[in-house]
Design a protein around this ligand. Structure first.
Ligand SMILES: Cc1ncc(COP(=O)(O)O)c(C=O)c1O
Length: 410
């Protein structure tokens, strides 16, 4: 990219009329979604896992200058526990909590990893449906803590992603339909076999596990708060959504942490799978149907997580839907490093929020509606690295290794 000049993208932005006032209390507005104790316990547990290290919060001053913003800080989750995505801190944490509940005692992470309860845990099966990253986290957690995993994928999940999950010893089952169909197949088999579903989405009567998942995500936010430059006010977060667990965790954590000074949360989705956008516009959870065929695989969800929605309905300042081309542009921009910014490997779903920011900052109407200006300091969660390296190379024109080695695009 010699000249960095974003083309116009066909995107839409909806300002949320249901946004709670600044002084509102999270526990009153959206009770039972996330809370400070849940975030604190997850943080303490996850920080004790082998290989734990905070991921970097990367400053992108070049990109911010080009977009006429005060600052952009990109939390790069590509290195999280060697799994390539933020999901490592969600599904695996829920597996841990489930095993601790089943063992009926205070089984510690160290005991479980050392195999102290292996005779009991090897007979426990956890299962989930996934677009890739969540299933990898559950499979990894099952192996780490010593139980069995069965992972359901849909027809849109690439072979590369399937193999990456299978590598953790999980049994794989591919369902010939979309993500929501794989969720239903997983639930049916779990009921028939007495397995525990570890889902990142909620449904009636099933909330506890997805709450653990959301609390696990809080690790990223705690780190980001510790890394955030002193004296800078965080004004906006552009955050990508699939079922909504990630944006709900982000919004909930920052509400609890910053209260009335919390930033504006802009929820970004692929235009082919924009169930939050549809729900916001309709004023009630609204499914989108069809193949949900987006390159942003992790965001290909047609139904919101009802529990996450209760929070996002009140905490989302705006909802955006963007085309795949915007995500590819964001991937290339990160890979190039604008005006001397560090080069970053961001995967298709991982750059959703950044793509939304680039689109919005370049569109005067959206810029005005979202109150973006030269004083804005934006947090982006780069939720995955190149979780499918072959696809990354095809889209960006360089391998992840070459991007990090700083080679020019072919
Ligand atoms: C890389 C990535 N980013 C974001 C998301 C969205 O998270 P959620 O489904 O909790 O909204 C996903 C979901 O799988 C993902 O894989």
């Amino acid at each position: 990219m010699n000249e960095w000049n974003p083309p116009p993208f066909r995107a839409e932005c909806f300002i949320n009329p249901n946004l709670a006032p600044a002084e509102a209390d999270l526990a009153a507005v959206a009770p039972g979604v996330v809370d400070a104790d849940g975030f604190a316990r997850a943080l303490a547990e996850i920080r004790s896992w082998p290989g734990y290290a905070p991921t970097p919060l990367v400053d992108l001053p070049g990109l911010a200058r080009h977009l006429g913003l005060g600052g952009i800080h990109y939390k790069d989750e590509g290195g999280r526990f060697g799994l390539g995505a933020f999901k490592a801190v969600g599904g695996a944490y829920a597996v841990l909590r489930h095993l601790q509940d089943r063992l009926g005692n205070e089984a510690s992470v160290a005991d479980l990893i050392a195999g102290k309860y292996r005779d009991l845990t090897r007979d426990i099966t956890v299962c989930t449906a996934t677009d890739g990253n969540h299933g990898k986290s559950v499979a990894w957690g099952a192996r780490l803590f010593g139980c069995r995993a069965v992972i359901y994928i849909h027809e849109g999940v690439s072979i590369g992603r399937e193999q990456a999950i299978a590598a953790f010893g999980a049994e794989m089952r591919r369902i010939p339909d979309n993500y929501d169909a794989s969720v239903r197949a997983c639930a049916a088999d779990a009921a028939a076999n007495g397995w525990q579903v570890i889902s990142d989405t909620t449904w009636e009567g099933y909330q506890e596990i997805p709450r653990h998942v959301m609390h696990g995500y809080g690790v990223m936010l705690r780190e980001a708060m510790e890394q955030w430059p002193a004296g800078e006010t965080l004004s906006h977060v552009f955050i990508q959504a699939g079922v909504g667990g990630l944006p709900a965790a982000v919004a909930g954590f920052l509400w609890l942490e910053l209260d009335a000074l919390r930033p504006k949360i802009i929820v970004v989705e692929p235009d082919k799978a924009a169930c939050h956008f549809a729900s916001a516009r309709a004023g009630t959870p609204t499914a989108v149907t069809g193949k949900l065929d987006t390159l942003m695989a992790g965001l290909a969800c047609g139904e919101v997580s009802p529990l996450a929605w209760e929070l996002l309905d009140k905490a989302g300042f705006a909802f955006m839907k963007i085309p795949d081309a915007a995500a590819v542009f964001a991937m290339k921009s990160l890979a190039a490093g604008i005006d001397g910014d560090p080069r970053i490997v961001g995967g298709e779903a991982g750059v959703g929020g950044l793509a939304g920011l680039i689109v919005a900052a370049n569109d005067q109407a959206m810029r005005d509606a979202l109150l973006l200006d030269a004083a804005s300091r934006v947090l982006i969660i780069g939720s995955e690295g190149a979780t499918d390296p072959a696809l990354y190379r095809q889209l960006v024109g360089m391998s992840p290794e070459d991007v990090l080695a700083g080679k020019a695009a072919a």
